[in-house]
Ligand binder design. Structure first.
Ligand code: SF4
Length: 390
């Protein structure tokens, strides 16, 4: 084995270990390294992590327990007909798995997260928890509303950290997260052009590492992965180019992503871990970095089911499919996910109008049986390759 192959394998092994570590050892180690360090949890999908970083704290994205957490108590808090993420989040909270988080932020993406935030506040009254009400309009009122929400959170985070968040420090944090977004985009570009070099099952765990690592360390990991994967001796095979849509919040288990790939698909775009890429491009440098963060979110957020946009639902999806030369769409959403599943008929209509084949299935983060999905994705890929349409 060459030195670079061994390096790539070691990087992926570390990223996958972080993915499976539901005790958040990396976060605990970061906190233990210096007395007084604090970490702040963020539920999906998006919050400007720059604000937490600028307060000297570690932003930690909490995305449920995947298939690594057995649900015993968590089910008691929720009715049966909602998604799985809040159950595993509750399970981890009740078992002390999230006790290293000094505060929690719940962005307003759906009623489930809203209810989860209420339960958290009742169960852990001594730990700050904030509900981040994301604006649902992209006009001047939405912008002002978002500015006020984030200004309040900036003050609250500063109070937790023990000192206010200064603009010049926030600008430096924005610079680091801009770099992170650029590195992620570059990997998406590599995967779009040469998906055999950058399989989604690898890219995914490398991106997931950013949930728990400081951004400086994650940037270094992304750079190393880009170099090692870009230089790897891997050859293209005749897979179908597909895009995964609907997986922006509760995440599918890693083995589901592997199953799709093994069924003969190259995933050339997706909305997994969307928080990393919700805002397109850089947040520009400015004298008022908070206002610029707000403006970039209002003007440049991607189309997403949890953001109300009155017109052209699906137009951006179709543009994206054309840009990545997708041959098919896998609508792959968590069971009972209202935002994803209520949007799906409109997205299907747009995709059908564009003449792009599609298929759909649902998952839970702890789905353990993949044979049916393998057969469905495999048949879909075969039909694309054999007849050009499913
Ligand atoms: S998976 Fe869907 S329904 Fe569940 S918390 Fe996320 S957005 Fe809400």
């Amino acid at each position: 084995m060459s030195e670079s192959t061994a390096e790539l394998q070691s990087l992926l092994k570390r990223a996958e270990a972080l993915y499976h570590d539901m005790h958040f050892g990396a976060v605990r180690a970061w906190k233990d390294a210096e007395p007084g360090r604090r970490a702040v949890g963020i539920l999906p999908v998006w919050f400007p992590r720059e604000l937490i970083h600028a307060a000297g704290m570690l932003p930690v994205s909490v995305m449920g327990g995947g298939d690594d957490v057995e649900i015993i108590k968590g089910d008691a808090y929720f009715q049966s007909y909602i998604c799985h993420l809040p159950r595993s989040t509750m399970e981890m909270s009740l078992n002390g798995g999230l006790d290293m988080l000094d505060a929690m932020i719940f962005p307003s993406i759906c009623d489930v997260i809203r209810n989860l935030s209420g339960m958290w506040q009742l169960l852990f009254p001594d730990r700050p928890a904030w509900y981040f009400d994301m604006p649902q309009s992209s006009d001047a009122i939405g912008r002002r509303f978002c500015g006020r929400e984030l200004a309040e959170l900036r003050d609250a985070l500063g109070a937790l950290a023990g000192s206010s968040i200064e603009d010049d420090v926030l600008r430096e944090s924005v610079r680091l997260y801009n770099e992170n977004r650029r590195l992620v985009e570059a990997l998406y570009e590599t995967r779009r052009e040469r998906p055999w070099l950058c399989p989604t099952s690898e890219l995914y765990v490398v991106l997931r590492a950013g949930n728990v690592l400081p951004v400086e360390e994650h940037n270094a990991m992304l750079r190393s992965y880009a170099e090692l994967a870009g230089g790897a001796e891997r050859h293209a095979i005749d897979n179908a180019r597909v895009v995964v849509v609907g997986s922006f919040c509760e995440q599918p288990p890693l083995n589901l992503i592997r199953t799709i790939e093994r069924a003969g698909c190259y995933i050339v775009d997706d909305d997994l871990l969307l928080g990393n890429r919700l805002v397109r491009g850089d947040v520009p440098d400015s004298d008022d970095p908070l206002d610029t963060i707000v403006g970039t979110f209002i003007d440049h957020a991607r189309e997403a089911s949890f953001l109300y946009r009155p017109a052209d639902k699906g137009a951006e999806l179709v543009q994206g499919l054309e840009a990545c030369r997708a041959e098919g769409v896998l609508f792959c959403a968590p069971s009972f996910c209202d935002p994803a599943l209520l949007d799906q008929p409109m997205l299907v209509e747009a995709v059908e109008e564009a003449g792009i084949p599609h298929t759909s299935f649902k998952y839970a983060e702890n789905t353990g049986q993949f044979q049916v999905i393998r057969e469905q994705a495999g048949t879909f890929a075969d039909s694309i390759k054999l007849w050009g349409a499913a």
